[in-house]
Design a protein around this ligand. Structure first.
Ligand code: TYM
Length: 338
């Protein structure tokens, strides 16, 4: 039996990188799931507060993010969908794991180094929660005994850390209390920013034109893709190092197409070779629009059904609490807490 677990921060409308890199896989895994596969997907609000959030805004984002998980096609009868903070076991296991986690290892994590690079001169601003963020993420997957975790490339290091924590815990306390999970990196592992193709597409980038949101209108999608940074070389070729902007558009086209007729981006690029940049962009915009328009429509529907959203969250929390309780019992007994 498999258990799939993954999470997304409820910090705004998910973008095309979130979708192609993670969310779409969640839905595929749901539709391909065997009878003995358990699917658990969390809106990780405790992770969201590692940076300052406006409380009203966060509340609204949690609701929108839940509506979005339904809109992409997650079915609460097939998948457990819940808000992380509804299940105290996540934070509780995090504390127990914190007592095993090396601060040296945490300090070397890419995300910590990136986020702290700009704040070198003011260690007062660097919060403990940001350093221990990967320990909470480890608790998320371990508390539900996940065997597989579908994510984009940027989460691979965090999951490597989770495996090491699990193995270390088992080694220290004996037995196989925690299950080291496998990382499932999606084929669209790293969708890049439309404005800076050397950086990943991200929710927090100040320029909204750097990302396509799953709620963007067709017009907005076209406008943003038209304005994407490319280059002035003739013809279309796939060369992520030399032509990052064009190659990102080819990647987006390749991964957005629901019925890919090509076995690789190189093969696709050969068929695009004679297009102008404008024609390439039109084609990318058409394909993106086709692949996400159903989400936009469905999102608008779910967002206004408050009763349904509340009942999905309650149903998810009930299932998640049961799942987490099994692990907490074993962990507490292994450590000598009960
Ligand atoms: P988050 O909320 O930043 O992103 C959610 C998912 O989207 C993927 N992703 C991308 N994939 C490809 N290209 C991009 N530009 C891109 N941007 C984001 C991420 O890899 C992720 O899969 N720490 C996690 C949330 C988390 C989690 C977990 C994930 C908390 N606990 C346990 C898995 C298991 C995060 O901040 O993801």
């Amino acid at each position: 039996p498999k258990t799939i677990f993954s999470g997304i921060q409820p910090t705004g409308v998910p973008h095309l990188g979130n979708y192609l890199g993670a969310l779409r896989q969640w839905v595929t895994l749901q539709s391909e799931a065997a009878k003995d596969t358990t699917l658990v997907y969390s809106l990780v609000d405790l992770h969201a507060i590692t940076v300052q959030q406006d409380p009203k805004q966060l509340q609204q984002w949690k609701k929108e993010s839940l509506a979005m998980l339904l809109a992409i096609g997650l079915d609460p009868n097939k998948s457990t969908i819940f808000h992380q903070s509804d299940i105290p076991a996540h934070a509780e296991l995090m504390w127990i794991l914190s007592c095993q986690a090396s601060t040296g290892y945490l300090g070397r994590m890419t995300q910590w180094k990136d986020k702290t690079a700009n704040e070198k001169d003011s260690s007062k601003k660097l919060k403990l929660g940001l350093l221990s963020y990967p320990v909470l993420q480890a608790a998320d997957v371990l508390v539900h005994r996940a065997t597989h975790v579908p994510v984009g490339h940027d989460q691979a290091q965090h999951l490597e850390f989770a495996r090491e924590l699990a193995n270390g815990f088992n080694h220290t306390f004996g037995g196989d209390v925690l299950i080291p999970p496998e990382t499932l990196i999606s084929p669209a592992r790293r969708v890049m920013s439309l404005k800076d193709p050397m950086a990943k597409m991200s929710k927090s980038h100040p320029n909204p034109n750097s990302r396509i949101l799953l709620t963007d209108s067709e017009e907005t999608i076209r406008r943003k893709i038209k304005a994407a940074v490319t280059d002035s070389m003739d013809g279309i070729t796939y060369d992520p190092e030399g032509r990052p902007g064009v190659s990102n558009l080819i990647d987006i086209l390749y991964h957005s197409d629901a019925h890919p007729a090509y076995s690789s981006q190189d093969e696709l690029a050969k068929d695009l070779a004679d297009l102008s940049m404008r024609e390439l962009k039109d084609r990318v915009a058409d394909t993106v629009e086709t692949s996400i328009k159903h989400i936009r429509a469905s999102y608008a529907h779910f967002l206004h059904d408050n009763d349904h959203l509340d009942s999905v969250a309650a149903q998810g929390a009930e299932k998640a609490a049961k799942s987490a309780a099994i692990t907490m019992k074993a962990v507490k007994s292994a450590v000598g807490l009960s």
